[in-house]
Design a protein around this ligand. Structure first.
Ligand code: ATP
Ligand code: MG
Length: 258
């Protein structure tokens, strides 16, 4: 079953974590069984899901480095209702420790083997770099989802990223496919955003999700409550955008799997 989606963009602060946490909650609300994997040492998806990163029995670090079984490290986000493989600052050291381990790009993939089929969907939140951690995420995944902020340098970064995905496909994961590009923090009154968006659609056509995510205060403040906006206030404009995005994603997955 193709069910693992990596949310990746080496650019920082483009809405990766916001997308993972809100999309995952929206998918749970559509009765999907969802696992979120936080593979970022910043652990924003972990705290954003209301899980205390300083009080974990095991984390993604132990799975990658200490051979702890992935199912033993999973916790539940009580606020968002998805399962979570949490992260914390230990993971910052993993980058260096991984270098000496066998099959270092495939540690996550191996750990996921036994767990993968227990979920309808697995979403992986990456750090803002093309590091060994991100490579582990990319080699585990079936699909790539790229959140992008429609601003001046966005397209340049995107070309680099898509080249990396092609390289990954050739070297590490021939199955990897681009699921789509999601416009985040999108302001339709901003001319530059409109121009960049038009260029995106020109180059990537229907790979650009029809739904875009607006910039809203609710989406920005939700992490401080340890929950996604979708969990806190389903009627909010930003929550509704992620609900529609989840529907579009499910439809797209169905089409791509046909
Ligand atoms: P990093 O690369 O550091 O992991 P990221 O790509 O995961 O960042 P987020 O943490 O999701 O990006 O978002 C960056 C900041 O922008 C956060 O403060 C977040 O709350 C805010 N943000 C994200 N999406 C929106 C939105 N649609 N409207 C308003 N604020 C947003
Ligand atoms: Mg993040």
């Amino acid at each position: 079953m193709k069910n693992i989606i990596v949310i990746v963009n080496q650019k920082g602060g483009v809405g990766k974590t916001t997308t993972v946490v809100n999309l995952a909650t929206a998918l749970v609300q559509s009765r999907k069984k969802v696992l979120v994997i936080d593979i970022d040492p910043q652990a924003n998806a972990t705290t954003g899901a209301g899980v205390d990163k300083n009080n974990l029995k095991h984390s993604v670090y132990d799975v990658l480095i200490n051979n702890v079984a992935l199912e033993d490290a999973i916790v539940k986000s009580e606020s968002c209702k998805f399962d979570l493989l949490p992260s914390n600052r230990n993971l910052a050291g993993a980058e260096i420790e991984l270098v000496d381990l066998a099959e270092r790009e495939f540690r996550l993939k191996q750990a996921l083997q036994k767990v993968k089929d227990k979920y309808d969907l697995i979403l992986i939140d990456c750090p803002p770099s093309l590091s060994l951690l991100t490579l582990n995420a990319l080699s585990s995944a079936d699909y790539v989802l790229v959140p992008i902020q429609c601003e001046y340098y966005a397209l340049e970064g995107l070309t680099d990223l898509l080249n990396t995905v092609q390289l990954m496909k050739a070297k590490l994961n021939p199955e990897l496919e681009l699921l789509g590009i999601l416009r985040t923090m999108y302001d339709k009154r901003n001319n530059l955003a409109l121009q960049v968006s038009a260029q995106l659609v020109e180059y990537f056509d229907d790979k650009v999700f029809y739904v875009s995510i607006p910039r809203t205060v609710r989406l920005a403040e939700a992490p401080s409550y340890g929950a996604s906006a979708v969990a806190l206030d389903i009627e909010a404009v930003g929550s509704q955008a992620y609900i529609r995005m989840a529907r579009e994603l499910i439809k797209r997955l169905r089409e791509m799997n046909d």
